[in-house]
Write a protein of this length. Structure first.
Length: 54
């Protein structure tokens, strides 16, 4: 019975680590998307400002 308990604990720990890793990966993907959108917007605003005669 003892090996089954340790196997169960190991599976739960592996699941927790993978769950945390997936959460971090999802956060990183969304952060990169947000940064990309901000940089595109910033670039378009600066190019529009540079093109306008002042």
């Amino acid at each position: 019975m003892k090996p089954l308990v340790w196997l169960g604990i190991g599976l739960i720990v592996a699941w927790a680590i993978l769950w945390l890793g997936i959460k971090l990966a999802v956060f990183a993907v969304h952060a990169l998307l947000l940064i990309g959108v901000v940089l595109i917007g910033w670039g378009l605003l600066h190019s529009a400002r540079a093109d306008s005669p002042s």
